[in-house]
Design a protein around this ligand. Sequence first.
Ligand code: SD4
Length: 330
Amino acid sequence: MDTRRSFIKKSAVLIPAISVANSVFSKEIMQEKMIPVVISTWNHGLPANEAAWQILEKGGWSLDAVEAGVRVPEADPEVITVGYGGIPDANGKVTLDACIMDEKGRAGSVTFLESIKHPISVARLVMEITPHVMLSGDGALKFALQNGFKKDNLLTPKMNAEWKKWKKEKKAFSSKINIENQHEDNHDTIGMLAIDSAGRISGACTTSGMGFKLHGRVGDSPIIGAGLFVDGEVGGAVATGSGELVMKTLGSFLVVELMRNGKSPSEACEEAVRRIAHKIPDYQNHQVGFIALKKNGEYGSSCIQPGFNFALKTNAETKLVDVEAWMKTL
Ligand code: SD4
């Protein structure tokens, strides 16, 4: 079901080495090497980054890139945690959350949206043609249909069978997720951050959320400041994992604010993980991963448990980076 853990385990090298960062020359080298850049959560980020890169390499806008990027797993029925083919909720409905944000701080979001394959594009339209940030449920669906989106059945036969099995077994709801060796395969949002060659940063986040969640549950992913935050003067961050923990600590906003105050992306992500551990008593039963990108192209990540990784693409490299778990450093 999930090939993420089959990737080699190694510590992330999160900060590209720049030895003479103060000279004009080195700044030029840095720009050339580190921008454009795209990072995204989990191994489904690899094909998503490729789609984003097609726009970035032509000098396109990072907003177009992140939208195009996350549409890849949204449309892929094999990715069971995003869009079409996502794990349904307790009522057997696939309900989707997504949001998008650009370098000017413009933001759009949809929550609890059914029957639309590309919630990220609806979120972008909310941002572009309404005075609002967030539309939810039926209202979001009506808005999408009025604006030319078409209805699809997002529940694949495979996921319908999984749901029936889940119902029959009457398994107690579990929010344990993304944890190596105890994996329930029920989360794995894609969050993506990109900086284009003009230095503009954008982010997108889209998910079917926690598998077999209560009907109506909305996670962190469509909440600006929780699942995603971008500040064009600083950088951006996205979260994945147990949304409830991220919402209670406003994780992505926190990461960006820490970077504003001088922390590196890795330090900022680690501090946000530490905040969760400090505030939430049963954090050991959960996974949360953050990825962050600074305006200069520097990137970083941290997570609670082993098993989290993110995909990176720059002019120089394309790779999947395994992230060292914060709990392992204790
Ligand atoms: C949620 N944060 O709905 C999302 C799920 C997720 O990796 O990110 N999974 O809580």
